[in-house]
Structure formats: structure tokens, C-alpha cells
Design a protein around this ligand. Structure first.
Ligand SMILES: Nc1ncnc2c1ncn2[C@@H]1O[C@H](COP(=O)(O)OP(=O)(O)OP(=O)(O)O)[C@@H](O)[C@H]1O
Length: 268
């Protein structure tokens, strides 16, 4: 699958800009005053405890939820005007596709729909991109399988292949390693790393330390819908660790890294 050459370094050209974003769900404020930016070629992790607002932020960025206040831009264009969705790949936390009864190849092919010209058959490039994406996640031998016959972790790998098949410039993943065994987490980390080296921008919700963490340039920690820390993982981790978990109980974090990932570290 062709990849775009990586710029010399992270160029800083904003791929994603979020300015004072607030989102209400069921009249409750779930995100409050979120401001962040992600430059081209950066890999940014969204971290925080259960219910801190990570998935809501991801879905708001993709225009899947209404915004109560603030603004989001993708590739320099306000979300309301943004039309180049083929530049964006999304791996949702759980997908209806996994229960659809389609074959693995069909699901991965759907990742190229926004690149295809209407009413024309798939091109050789479409087919090659699908094959390559399946091989990359180690599912090349299961192209004809009904996706319902796969394990949860295998389904997750198929969804990642679908996003990669679209050759996105921005890849947004919501807990992509949930249910994936360590060996295949490493495979995914290698695949995504190679893409980041070629210029891909990544925003990923992470819950656990694992093979994906080495490729993360920066973490953004959410708690109760607000950003409470932002910076390189090692830097956030070295900060003092008294904090509150998502239940509101004050405690001393179990250790810098674990506490970063569940949002209990506050930059001090
Ligand atoms: N449709 C909804 N209506 C009302 N509240 C919602 C809705 N969806 C999510 N919420 C609430 O918004 C908050 C943030 O949820 P969100 O799924 O964004 O958290 P998260 O950080 O991704 O959590 P997790 O790590 O458990 O996936 C939670 O308190 C949740 O209960």
C-alpha cells in the first residue's frame, strides 16, 4: 500500500485543532473547555479514567456529536465545512460492522468507499490496498470469513485494517488494543509506527500501557471532561502524583505511568 513520505520532522502544521470545546450529552456537560491541537505526523494519546470523556472527544472531533460551544478544525477547515473524509480513518471502540455478517474482505473494502468513484468497480489499487491492509494486521488468510466467526481481538484487527485500507492522513482510534493479545498489539504498534514514520497523524484513546506507547509523542489526560495534563508521557509521569480518581476519591497514584493512563495524575 503506498504511503506518503514523512516530512523531515513533525511539521507542526495543524491537522486537528480544538478550541474551547464543550459537549452536552443528555443535557449533562461531558466535555468542558477542551483546547488542544495535533500537528501533522504527531501521535497523540487521549488518556483518562472511565467516563472522563475520551470517546466523546473522539466522536466530537469526527463530527458525530453536536458541539455545544467552541470549535473544531480538521486540516485547517472548520468541521462544519470539512468534506474530505477520505483523509480521516476511524477505528471505533465497538462497531456494528463486527455483527453485520459481512466477510472480512467486504468490511475492509468499505474503508475505501470514500476514495472510489461512484458506480465504478473496484480498481486493482483498491484490491491491493485491501489485501495489504489485511496482511499487515495478520488477517490475510481470513479474507472470506464471516466476521461474526472471528474472536473479538480478530474483529478489532479487521477494523484497523479497514481504516488503514483507506490510506488516511489522520487516523483516529478508540482503544484499538482492547481485547487484542499482546503479540498482535505489537503487530499493530509496528504497523502504525511505520505509518507514522511515513507522515500519518494519530489520535488514539489508550487505556493501558502496552506496545503502542513507544510511538506516542504526547499524552492528553482528561478527567471529568476537562484536560488536566498534557505533554510527553515521560514528562507527565514524572510529575507529582496526588490526584483524584474518577470516583472523586483522593489518593496517591499507584505509580507515574499507571496513574497517567487512568487520569489520576495532575500536572503540578
Ligand atoms: N448518550 C449519552 N447520554 C448521556 N451521557 C452520556 C452519553 N454517552 C456518554 N455519556 C456520559 O459521558 C461521560 C463520558 O463518556 P465517554 O464514553 O466519553 O468516556 P470515556 O472516557 O471514553 O470512558 P471509557 O474509558 O469507559 O470508554 C460518561 O459519564 C458517560 O456516562
Amino acid at each position: 500500500m503506498p504511503v506518503t513520505p514523512r516530512p523531515e520532522a513533525v511539521s507542526g502544521e495543524p491537522v486537528l485543532e480544538v478550541e474551547d470545546l464543550s459537549v452536552l450529552l443528555g443535557h449533562l456537560p461531558v466535555l468542558r473547555g477542551i483546547t488542544m491541537a495535533v500537528g501533522r505526523g504527531e501521535a497523540v494519546a487521549l488518556l483518562g479514567g472511565n467516563g472522563s470523556g475520551k470517546s466523546t472527544l473522539v466522536r466530537s472531533i469526527l463530527g458525530l456529536l453536536p458541539i455545544a460551544r467552541g470549535a473544531v478544525s480538521l486540516f485547517g477547515e472548520p468541521l462544519g465545512r470539512f468534506r474530505h473524509w477520505s483523509r480521516v480513518g476511524y477505528v471505533p471502540q465497538r462497531s456494528a460492522a463486527a455483527a453485520s455478517g459481512a466477510t472480512v474482505a467486504e468490511i475492509v473494502s468499505s474503508g475505501r468507499l470514500s476514495l472510489r468513484r461512484p458506480f465504478l468497480p473496484r480498481t486493482n489499487r483498491d484490491k491491493a490496498a485491501v489485501r495489504e491492509a489485511l496482511d499487515l494486521v495478520g488477517m490475510g488468510g481470513r479474507a472470506r470469513s464471516d466476521v461474526r466467526e472471528l474472536s473479538g481481538g480478530q474483529q478489532q484487527r479487521v477494523l484497523i485494517a479497514r481504516a488503514l485500507a483507506g490510506e488516511p492522513e489522520l487516523l483516529v482510534l478508540d482503544e484499538p488494543t482492547a481485547g487484542v493479545d499482546l503479540e498482535h498489539q505489537q503487530v499493530l504498534a509496528d504497523v502504525i509506527s511505520a505509518r507514522v514514520s511515513a507522515g500519518l497523524t494519530v489520535v488514539v484513546v489508550l487505556h493501558e500501557i502496552g506496545p503502542l506507547t513507544p510511538l506516542i509523542d504526547r499524552g492528553v489526560v482528561l478527567r471529568e471532561g476537562r484536560i488536566v495534563a498534557q505533554g510527553p508521557l515521560a514528562e507527565i509521569g514524572s510529575v507529582a502524583h496526588a490526584g483524584h480518581d474518577h470516583t472523586g476519591h483522593e489518593h496517591v497514584g499507584p505509580g507515574p505511568r499507571g496513574s497517567i493512563l487512568d487520569g489520576t495524575v495532575e500536572r503540578g
